[in-house]
Every structure is written in C-alpha cells, then in structure tokens.
Design a protein around this ligand. Structure first.
Ligand code: HMG
Ligand code: MG
Length: 296
C-alpha cells in the first residue's frame, strides 16, 4: 500500500550542483538552499566535504553551512567520504552526514579511490566518531540497478552493502540508481528483496532520470512501502564519476505526482517551480522538470 506521507530529500544543492560545469560561490549556494527551505522542504543536502580538486563545485561547503540555520527544524546533511571529511563537517557545525558506498567495485574505485571492503572499513571509523558526536548518518549505495563500468549489478551485491551500512549505524539507506537504468519491475524486486533484511521505513530511493524511468520507479517504490524520496529541483544533477549520468528526478515532478496520489509532503509546488527557475537562470541552463515547464 502507498504511504500516506513521504519525506522528500532535496539533493539539488549537492548532487545537482556538483555536476554543473561552473562552480557557484558559497553564498549563492546558501541562498539557493534557503529558497528551497522556504518551499517547505525539511531535508536539503548542503554539500560535501570531499577533495576540492575532485569536485571543485563543492568547495566552500563550510561557508555554505555557516549561512544556514543548522539548529532549526530543517536538516542539511553533507556527504563525507572519510574521517578527514567528518572532521571538516563537524567543525562546520553539521548535524547530519551521509557516507557513500557502491554496489560496484569499479565504481567505488573511481568515485572514492578504494574498493567496497576498504570503503566500509573507512566508514566504520567515520560512523563511530559521528555517533559519538551525536551526528546522524545516512548511507548511500551507488549503482544499485547497474554500473557504467560493470553493467548489471546483482541484488545480492546491494544487499551485502546495505546490511553493513545499517550495522555501522546508518539510520537510512538511500538506493542510488546512479545512471538511471532501472525500470519499475526491477525497482519492485530490489526493494522486496532488501525489505527482507531492512525495515522498509529505512529505505530511501535516489533515482537519476537518464532513461526517463525515475517517476515510474518511484511509484513502484511507493507501492513497496518506501516513504523517502531523493530528488533535485529542476532536475539538476548527475555524477562526476559516472559518464552519461543525467540529473536526478526533478522535485517538481515528484511533488506533482504525489499531489495526484494524495500523498502528503509539505512542499509548496508554486514556490518550488520558482526556485527551480531561479537556479537555472543563475546557471544559464534549461529547466529539466516537465512539470516546471508545463506550469510556465
Ligand atoms: P584519496 O586520494 O584516496 O585520499 O581520495 P587520500 O586519503 O589518499 O588523500 C589524498 C589527498 O586528499 C590528501 O591531500 C588528503 O589530505 C586529501 P594531499 O596530502 O595530497 O594534499 N583528502 C581530502 N581533502 C579534502 N576532503 C577530504 C579529503 N580526504 C583526503 N575529505 C577521496 C579519497 C574520497 C577524498 C577522493 O577520492 C574524493 O574526494 N572523491 C570525490 C567523491 C565524490 O564526491 N563523488 C561524488 C559524490 S557521490 C555521488 O554523487 C553518488 C550519489 O549521488 C548516489 C548516486 O547517485 O549513486 C551519492
Ligand atoms: Mg546521485
């Protein structure tokens, strides 16, 4: 049965902006995040603490956080790949972090310069220290439906990483279809299988819309009882380490579908459409949300 309400996690200021050709200054990113908060979003990714030469667009995430109301109701999680990233996040006042693993060995190497086993070893240290500081931890898994280097990824590979991330203390596992190859049948099967190991209310879905399947996949996930959806306003996004990965599913499109289904989400669609247009004007790029374009 479809949940009565869902939590939308806005990833545009991180997953979106990290893949834009031009890097926005921290205060422009902070203003963008504040504009999303005023739409009613309560979970908005603030950026990441990774190597600045690997992802220059996320440089200055500490300055972004400095401008956000970190002690308020809205949460601004940041991505952290190792203890160094955690230390920087903690210094910047982050209350929520996300570690990011992959179900594909090759993708893990390309993205974070180590294999899956080593990444879990690093995340164990990160999670132990984060928990000691009262910081909440989300766990991402990339390539859950396929990998740009290895092709098909078995569900068992996703399951193995998911169980380990939960054991490390992640409160939630976000399933990343990094290159958007999944289809609704596969989404349903994946969540059904994972649901035997992990409570469904701890599963989030993170679909990139490369093949135009994201909304259908989200609907399949909702039918499996998933109630946390990652999306990116105006369909910004991609992944610098997955060639051909287009943007995340657009938040406007998700909200429109949820409205039609009568699912509660707390987001003002009109304001969201405006926020999406504004950031696309700043970036000088087209809006990739069908709903946004239709509401013009
Ligand atoms: P590494 O080279 O293996 O790290 O990088 P190292 O420990 O060997 O250190 C090398 C240098 O990096 C050192 O500096 C460290 O200080 C520095 P040097 O001595 O050479 O001057 N360093 C750092 N600097 C800043 N922040 C840090 C940090 N750690 C080490 N945290 C590392 C490992 C993970 C850092 C690197 O590979 C990296 O930054 N990768 C970028 C990963 C990334 O941001 N990917 C995109 C996000 S994931 C994603 O988009 C997928 C997702 O959306 C879900 C989906 O769609 O699938 C989440
Ligand atoms: Mg992503």
């Amino acid at each position: 049965m479809i949940p009565e309400s869902v939590r939308v996690v806005e990833v545009g200021p991180r997953d979106g902006l990290q893949n834009e050709p031009s890097a926005l200054p921290p205060d422009v990113r902070a203003d963008f995040i504040l504009s999303l908060q005023s739409c009613g979003l309560k979970h908005i990714e603030g950026g990441s603490f990774v190597h600045p030469e690997r992802v220059p667009q996320m440089r200055g995430t500490d300055q972004v956080l400095a401008r956000l109301p970190l002690a308020g109701e809205c949460r601004f999680p940041v991505l952290v790949p190792n203890v160094r990233g955690l230390e920087d996040a903690r210094t910047a006042g982050a209350r929520d972090i996300a570690v990011f693993a992959a179900a594909s060995e090759t993708f893990s190497q390309k993205n974070i310069n180590c294999g899956i086993r080593e990444s879990i070893r690093r995340f164990r240290k990160v999670c132990t220290q984060a928990q000691a500081s009262g910081i909440t931890i989300r766990g991402y898994i990339s390539c859950v439906m396929g990998c740009p280097y290895e092709g098909d990824i078995p569900v068992s590979a996703v399951e193995e990483v998911a169980v380990q991330l939960i054991e490390l203390g992640c409160h939630e596992i976000s399933l990343g279809d990094t290159i958007g190859v999944g289809t609704p049948g596969k989404t349903g099967e994946l969540i059904e299988t994972l649901g035997n190991q992990i409570n469904r209310n701890r599963i989030a879905v993170h679909f990139h819309d490369t093949y135009g399947q994201a909304l259908a996949n989200i609907y399949a996930a909702l039918q499996q009882g998933v109630s946390v959806i990652d999306s990116s306003v105006a369909g910004l996004g991609g992944c610098p380490y997955a060639q051909g990965a287009s943007g995340n599913v657009a938040t406007e499109d998700v909200v429109y579908m949820l409205n039609g289904l009568g699912v509660q989400h707390g987001i003002d669609l009109e304001k969201l459409v405006q926020a999406g247009r504004n950031i696309c004007t700043i970036l000088n790029r087209p809006v990739m949300s069908r709903v946004n374009l239709a509401m013009r």
